[in-house]
Design a protein around this ligand. Structure first.
Ligand SMILES: N[C@@H](CCC(=O)NCCCC(=O)O)C(=O)O
Length: 255
């Protein structure tokens, strides 16, 4: 059977004197090598994309991390403050309807960093900015170093809850992960189960309650260490298996 497609929505980014619809290589590599699927990159259009036109062609959704943040107009009535940015309105417009529709259709979803924040907002939750300013909350931001292996270095412990979907993949208890974020889930969406917490109480992983397929978000970056770190490998392998199971079930219906 041909490898299934997994959609990765792009960021809208300016660099090298041009503007690009871009996805960091680490997500593409992890999809290919860790989940054994074919990534399909779609542009970040301000007008949004037709979710069903995309989802008809894929068997999974992978939401990447990004230094940009979901615009607060998606989760609060307040004005956007400087600390809420930078924004990517094209990515927001594409991802929000895509997430909701993928879940309705039972298409497997893995949401990483900005992705877990998008998943939460798409389902009615809220985010907090500059969490390192809150009493008792650690600095979860990307270390200010040029070497990517150090910036993405594994330096934090999260506690995976007994009986959670993530526990069935990684086992319950302590897992060592990396951390490169400034925002975090504040109010979890009603449809999300909190699956893992950092030692300071920051939400580190969620799953969708009643999901028809694998639907998990993590605040850390397993994609970076696929091939070198067992929990990262297991997470992408579980996503890949769910994608292949969905593709098989679709093939049976159309046979
Ligand atoms: N911008 C959000 C989400 C964090 C995230 O996805 N980080 C990826 C690192 C990208 C980089 O800076 O290279 C937040 O800050 O919480």
């Amino acid at each position: 059977m041909a490898k299934p497609f997994v959609v990765i929505p792009a960021d809208f980014r300016a660099f090298d004197g041009n503007v690009w619809h871009a996805v960091p290589h680490q997500y593409v590599r992890a999809a290919v090598e860790g989940a054994e699927v074919l990534p399909l990159l779609i542009p970040a259009l301000e007008t949004g994309n037709d979710p069903d036109a995309i989802l008809d062609r894929v068997d999974g959704v992978l939401l990447s991390g990004s230094r940009t943040n979901v615009h607060p107009s998606y989760y609060s009535d307040g004005e956007a403050r400087d600390l809420d940015g930078p924004f990517d309105i094209g990515r927001d417009a594409t991802v929000m309807p895509l997430v909701r529709r993928a879940l309705e259709r039972g298409i497997p979803l893995l949401a990483i960093c900005r992705g877990i924040q998008e998943l939460n907002v798409a389902l009615g939750g809220t985010l907090a900015s500059d969490i390192q300013e809150q009493p008792g909350i650690w600095d979860h931001r990307k270390p200010d170093v040029p070497e990517l292996d150090t910036a993405y270095g594994i330096r934090q412990t999260v506690l995976v809850k007994e009986g959670s979907c993530l526990a069935s993949v990684l086992g319950a208890g302590e897992v060592r992960v990396n951390s490169l974020h400034r925002l975090a889930i504040s109010k979890a969406a009603p449809q999300l189960a909190i699956e893992a917490l950092a030692e300071d109480g920051t939400v580190e992983a969620v799953s969708v309650i009643g999901a028809k397929a694998f639907a998990v978000g993590v605040q850390w970056h397993p994609e970076y260490w696929v091939g070198k770190d067992t929990p990262s490998n297991k997470l992408f392998a579980a996503f890949g298996e769910a994608v292949r199971a969905y593709a098989d079930s679709k093939a049976k219906v159309t046979a």
